[in-house]
Design a protein around this ligand. Sequence first.
Ligand SMILES: Nc1ncnc2c1ncn2[C@@H]1O[C@H](COP(=O)(O)OP(=O)(O)OP(=O)(O)O)[C@@H](O)[C@H]1O
Length: 250
Amino acid sequence: MSARLTSSMLYLDNVSVSFDGFRAINELSLAVGPGEMRAIIGPNGAGKTTMMDIITGKTRPDEGTVFFDGKIDLTKHDESSIATMGIGRKFQKPTVFENHSVETNLLLAMSGGLRIKGLLFGSRKTDESDRIDNILVTIRLEARRHDLAENLSHGQKQWLEIGMLLAQDPKLLLVDEPVAGMTDAETAETARLLREIAQTHTVIVVEHDMDFIRDLGVKVTCLHEGSVLAEGSLDHVSADQRVVDVYLGR
Ligand SMILES: Nc1ncnc2c1ncn2[C@@H]1O[C@H](COP(=O)(O)OP(=O)(O)OP(=O)(O)O)[C@@H](O)[C@H]1O
């Protein structure tokens, strides 16, 4: 195994997938280091969602390998087993349990539905309580602990869902368009929140909001037609004429 592979949290090597003859992912190679936060940008149809689908096992690539944590070939595993390996994904639309409290949503995510009676009715362990407290602070919902999720703003629901990911204690978080529909203040807070999370997790964020990407201050990969078009700092990627032509200038 190469040093680049074993030192990566996520390593896609020459991955391709076609749908009805259309190559949605085309010899895509990408490495994300442990503890890194990476922003993925690119025009509609560039393959961002399909790349996430391949990482999580929802879509199986026709060619190539996808290594997680330097050793696990994800292409050999199905979606449900990948979910238990420490890869958490947040989809664009929040899917919290609206008629449960913020705290119960986190407990449900933490337990994965198991032992929920014990968690809800008294026999919660101190370390579980501490984890919930810490997550509530991270997702800025400490004061909303007992409120129903349905009463949160759209942005707060997104944060709760990020908290539900954290409750599963993943090594790698995949976050799809977290700030779509958020207010400017929520967007700026989300960049801070994700930067905090990235201190202890590897994070991949797909977003179209360039102000938010700038606030993240991380390495950017621009996908186009299923491959990496440009990679580097946001300034470097935005100065690339090809990125301007296919994405930023449109
Ligand atoms: N299951 C599928 N069957 C057929 N075509 C698909 C399938 N999934 C994705 N595609 C096609 O693959 C291409 C890549 O789509 P994908 O959703 O990954 O792009 P994206 O970069 O996430 O775009 P967006 O920014 O709009 O979310 C698109 O042309 C899409 O129509």
